[in-house]
Design a protein around this ligand. Structure first.
Ligand SMILES: NC(=O)c1ccc[n+]([C@@H]2O[C@H](COP(=O)([O-])OP(=O)(O)OC[C@H]3O[C@@H](n4cnc5c(N)ncnc54)[C@H](O)[C@@H]3O)[C@@H](O)[C@H]2O)c1
Length: 250
């Protein structure tokens, strides 16, 4: 098993790519903390990991809450003894509004998608340096690399911040054996908070920009996260891995 005896926190694991990643980690032998604001859905994901023979617990977390992060890391160490892996995956969509100049969405997206990643990184680094290292995987996006016509610029700004924070983390904590890499999904199943980008006509237009000619699947992202989280990527840090069907190659 590729994550035998590892202890992992996956944020936003009640849904979508976070849930797929948590399940995959479970089958690869990790002890998984399913961290999310959605309690019912999060508990169901943790239960499904247990039913498949893995080990998982749900912990309620709002990634914008620094005290909440401290509590989740403490509970993780109490339950499983250490923290090896953090996947900063929780996020909200940049198409949650049709008003591309909405300042309220700027605040919300920056708080969850960018500040949430910083707070998670800080909480995890404090613990990982005590247990001799670890691996952090941050979910950025193709939106962290290029602008898009239908996406609020807060989403691009936040995902761009995640992309570069990943490299800061790699540079600052590499000597403490903490690796950090970013994964950049392309056109994937819509997020819970997606607006225009969930519209079939808009999606058809977006798919025309994908060389592989189709949407990605959540498990295809989970595979990339698994690789970077695992010891197979032991000499990879500060890297960005596009899981986008070739979108950024055009
Ligand atoms: N779906 C896409 O097209 C796409 C493409 C590129 C990148 N991404 C990124 O991938 C990640 C996962 O997206 P998804 O498609 O699985 O979305 P999703 O909406 O299915 O899942 C996001 C999860 O994050 C949780 N969440 C939101 N705010 C939170 C908060 N403050 N604290 C804790 N949890 C919170 C939600 O409850 C949900 O369970 C996100 O960071 C997203 O920005 C998505």
């Amino acid at each position: 098993m590729r994550l035998a005896d590892k202890v992992a926190i996956v944020t936003g694991a009640a849904s979508g790519m976070g849930a797929a990643t948590a399940r995959r980690f479970g089958t690869e032998g990790a002890k998984v903390v399913v961290a999310d604001m959605l309690e019912q859905e999060g508990r169901a994901v943790a239960d499904s990991i247990g039913a498949a023979g893995g080990t998982a617990v749900f912990m309620a977390l709002d990634v914008t809450d620094e005290a909440g992060w401290k509590a989740v890391v403490e509970q993780t160490v109490r339950a499983f003894g250490r923290l090896d892996i953090l996947v900063n995956n929780a996020g909200i969509s940049g198409s949650a509004t049709n008003d591309l100049l909405d300042s309220g969405l700027w605040e919300r997206v920056m708080a969850v998608n960018s500040t949430g990643v910083f707070l998670g990184t800080a909480a995890a680094v404090r613990q990982m340096r005590q247990n001799g290292g670890g691996s952090i995987v941050n979910l950025s996006s193709i939106s962290g690399v290029v602008g898009q016509s239908m996406v609020h610029m807060s989403y691009n700004a936040a995902k761009g911040a995640v992309r570069i924070m990943t490299k800061s983390t790699a540079v600052q904590f590499g000597k403490e054996r903490i690796r950090c890499n970013s994964v950049h999904p392309g056109v994937m199943p819509p997020m819970r908070t997606s607006g225009a980008t969930a519209d079939p006509e808009v999606r058809a237009k977006m798919l025309r920009a994908v060389p592989l000619g189709r949407s990605g699947e959540v498990d295809e992202v989970a595979n990339a996260v698994l690789f970077l989280a695992s010891d197979e990527a032991s000499y990879i840090t500060g890297a960005e891995l596009y899981v986008d069907g070739g979108y950024l190659a055009m």
